[in-house]
Design a protein around this ligand. Sequence first.
Ligand code: ADP
Ligand code: LRH
Length: 497
Amino acid sequence: TKSLQMMAVDFGASSGRAVVGHFDGSRISIQEVHRFENEPVQLGERLHWDFLRLFHELKRGMMKAKQQLGRTPASIAVDTWGVDYGLVDPKGRLASNPYHYRDLRTELAMKEAVQRIPETELYARTGIQSSSINTVYQLFADEELRLGQNEGGLRMLFMPDLFHYYLSGTMASEYTIASTSGMLDAAGRDWSRQVLDALSIPSSLLNPIIMPGTRLGTVRADICAELSLDAMPVIAAAGHDTAAAVTSIPATDSRYAFISSGTWSLMGIELNEPILTERSRRLLFSNEGGTEGKIRMLKNIMGLWLLQECRRTWAMEGTELSFAELTEMAQHAPANASYVDAGDAVFLPPGNMPERIREYCRATGQAVPQSRPEIVRCILESLAFKYRQTLDEIEELTGERLERIHMVGGGIQNRLLCQLTANVTGKTVIAGPVEATSIGNLMMQAKAHGEVGGLEDIREVVRRSFPPEMYVPENASEWEERYRTYERLLVLQKTEE
Ligand code: ADP
Ligand code: LRH
């Protein structure tokens, strides 16, 4: 095996990073060379990502990677958050700035769309949980495009595909990111004709699906010149950040659930085929595409977004608090026994999160958390309870008992949340790696270079390279009691609907 030095750029919904990875055939080591904020921009009525700035950060990352290594990396791949896209015109120009999935224009569109194709049918075909963020509703909301049947000859590129296009000039839709759209046939792993036709979404917008680990081309000559790089291959590794993260879970068998913890918490299991039942639809599980032919059956949980938004509100009120400080605050707050449903779409849009949490507690007849520590405590406990609920649901859907929970992503730096998760689920939590997404991205590049085998080999490399941390359940019976309260309050009425 030759020694490979590659680079990955991982765009999360809250921050992005460029890392270089060194794979020697047995272990991989990574080094962050560039990190940047990813702040959305409200422009008039609409919420957008700042694509131009993000592309600029990508180039800065490439420049720093070269400086770090003293030479051009062997390849590059980009991964991003799910569902969002850009539209490119026939001359290759960005036709409009990409929208943020938290933009509210889709709410109405979603209601109209399900008049055309029932949610039950949408789910039976695509296996994607009903949510206003789904690409399918975003495209349906674009009436000009839909009713004009794409007269302008635009092409839709998901965010990682869009970055890859402007890097390499090659247009393609990588499977894992396309699978978040709600427009792929989950079992057939290709665009769903029926869904597109029912919603009059022009198929001329779409690109062929390619599988993770496909080489797209090389970085364009003008970018190489701008950054003084030699020719560098661009690889579609695993375009969806969550798919990349799941690829690098250091598991030894399949008796585990994963939680990919960042802005969102994505909790689920890996399967060979999707579960497309009425029960899994009602429980809001998605079947997204994984690497190596796998399906990620998972639930999108609001996640640390709740905390990020509180932090932003408090900063605007004049108190800047780090995530470490926020966690510390909650550590000493009493367990307050007020909870929110961390799956509830009311928490999706940005804006005054502390007040929305208070309002939720008020409306559900609970004590209203007042202080900041109480609010943070409420968020973290509510997340842990949601994980417990989701775990029970996964066990119900599969009829199998799971033994462990693997947690990965930036959110595992919140050690209180990892411990609470162990306590409330009664399962051992295995936490790590923090940079699972970048590592998964890099390992899929190594796969494309022919330097590593399948998933099992990749996971063995990750285990060897990043020993995880264990959290053992504490005070199980006390937490079981609390969970029963949560269940009576927030779970039972809903699941019996
Ligand atoms: P994304 O990829 O969605 O942008 P990350 O995987 O980078 O998200 O994770 C970001 C989250 O990690 C933050 O919302 C924050 O709650 C958590 N986090 C980051 N650093 C720390 C820290 N030092 N202590 C506790 N939590 C942290
Ligand atoms: C997490 C994530 C998640 C969802 C959301 C939109 O970063 O990719 O899996 O798709 O973003």
